[in-house]
Ligand binder design. Structure first.
Ligand code: PHE
Length: 455
């Protein structure tokens, strides 16, 4: 992609798919999905997650790609433009605003986790994990979190890389790198999942992930799964809309969306197959939360032969996967500000990146042992609160409104033209975005409110 102006486009269908898969596949799949599945009780979470990805998320993905491609601008600009063309209220641009702001909030903690990953990459290569047992792995992770300088330093490094790439425009290096590194990540994940299955407790994992226990399926778990399906597909944060704007007209949006969603889901399931056999073999707690992969993987890498290299390679690829996502989180605000002010892309990327880095310091500190870590927002740490606000509130609502917008406020004829789908496929998609997406998302919310009110 020639990334210097709004009219820049991906150099081919393949680079678009790789960039979009790069955005979708990230820490959300490998870090977040396993621990959320762990907290949500396993199988029931996985099942409802799959339902949300394919029945709600994928149609919304199609909607967002088409809005971006039609608008050819930043998410805010595209929404304003399309609303105007369709004779609708300018307030619809709020979808764009919520996305751009949401992406800023997400990046301010995503980058902290990206920093942890960077630090683990160096640890792995250095052989630090060699011979580690569960207690040592837990202590190692705790040691990182309570070392505030390290946490902020790694966060700075991760954010620096993200800013550097976005400042340069995404073309050349990154497009090419992604084309090789994403397949390498897939291959390594499959290899590690096989290793874990042999070395760890496969039977318990299969039971846990694929035998749904519906008594665990509370409304909160459903909302968490809904949010996670949007997070993992990069929806409702402007990223997909922005990438859609760089798409050429000959790319088939429906097919691309199915490829993106399938690759994304495959990686999440693989990550589960890699983590849980170790969790069960070592008697660790599946529901322990955000530290899950950091407390489990070192054990595996520490026990296997060649673990330093394999572990280092794994965290390297995870860093790459995280960066191909973080650039898509920085891109929406950068595209909006450059569009609005005409300012130089580099300057804008540095300024916004610097701002997000600063916001992120508190997220990083909130996991350690210091006064910031004692701050509690409705019982959540700063990092968790940002995650909750975006994952469970802004993303589902944003997604619901983009479905409502394309389903009810854009003319059917224009949608058909934009998507150029086969008739039958279009009808199914149209039915999903008009009825199923808004109703399903609305229902999850209403039940939560009802449950909260009635206690
Ligand atoms: N989908 C990315 C992941 O799973 C995160 C992300 C969310 C990126 C939203 C862009 C927009 O890691």
């Amino acid at each position: 992609m020639a990334g210097t102006s709004q009219t820049a486009h991906w150099s081919s269908r393949w680079t678009f798919i790789m960039a979009a898969v790069g955005s979708a596949v990230g820490l959300g799949n490998i870090w977040k999905f396993p621990y959320e599945a762990g907290q949500g009780g396993g199988g029931a979470f996985v099942l409802i997650y799959l339902f949300f990805v394919f029945v709600i998320g994928t149609p919304v993905l199609v909607a967002e790609l088409s809005l971006g491609r039609r608008g050819q601008k930043s998410p805010i600009g595209s929404m304003a433009k399309i609303a105007k063309e369709e004779g609708r209220s300018p307030l619809w641009s709020l979808i764009g605003w919520s996305g751009v702001l949401g992406a800023v909030i997400v990046l301010s903690f995503y980058s902290v986790i990206g920093g942890w990953t960077l630090s683990y990459m160096f640890d792995a290569f250095a052989g630090t994990f060699s011979g580690m047992d569960a207690a040592a792995a837990g202590a190692h992770f705790g040691g990182l979190l309570t070392n505030e300088y390290a946490v902020i330093g790694w966060h700075a490094a991760f954010m620096g890389l993200t800013m550097f790439i976005v400042a340069r425009g995404v073309e050349g290096g990154l497009e090419k790198a992604v084309t090789y590194l994403m397949p390498a990540l897939f291959a390594l994940l499959i290899g590690l999942a096989i290793y874990s299955s042999i070395a760890g407790d496969l039977a318990a994992t299969v039971d846990f992930l694929f035998k749904p226990d519906f008594s665990k399926l509370t409304f909160d778990v459903m909302l968490q799964a809904l949010g996670q399906s949007f997070f993992s597909l990069s929806l409702a944060l402007g990223s997909i809309m922005t990438y859609g704007a760089y798409m050429t007209r000959d790319v088939n949006i429906g097919k691309s969306a199915v490829i993106i969603a399938s690759a994304d889901t495959g990686v999440a399931i693989m990550a589960g197959m890699m983590i849980f056999p170790i969790v069960f073999a070592y008697g660790l707690v599946p529901g322990q939360g955000p530290g899950l992969i950091f407390a489990t993987l070192p054990i595996a890498f520490g026990q296997m032969s060649g673990g330093a290299f394999i572990g280092g390679a794994f965290f390297f690829l995870l860093v790459v996967a995280a960066i191909t996502s973080s650039i898509s989180l920085l891109e929406p605000s950068v595209s909006y500000i450059t569009e609005k002010t005409g300012a130089n892309r580099r300057k804008v990327a540095l300024m916004i990146g610097g701002f997000i880095f600063t916001m992120g310091i508190l997220s990083g500190l909130s996991q350690g042992d210091n006064p910031v870590a004692d701050i509690s927002i409705f019982g959540r740490s700063i990092l968790d609160a940002k995650d909750f606000l975006t994952n469970n509130i802004m993303m589902p609502i944003g997604g619901m409104f983009s479905a409502i917008f394309v389903g009810w406020f854009v003319s059917r004829k224009n949608m058909m033209e934009e998507l150029a789908m086969e008739d039958g496929t279009f009808r199914i998609w149209y039915f999903l975005v008009r009825f199923i997406c808004p109703v399903a998302i609305g229902a999850v919310f209403v039940s939560i409110i009802y449950n909260t009110v009635t206690g």
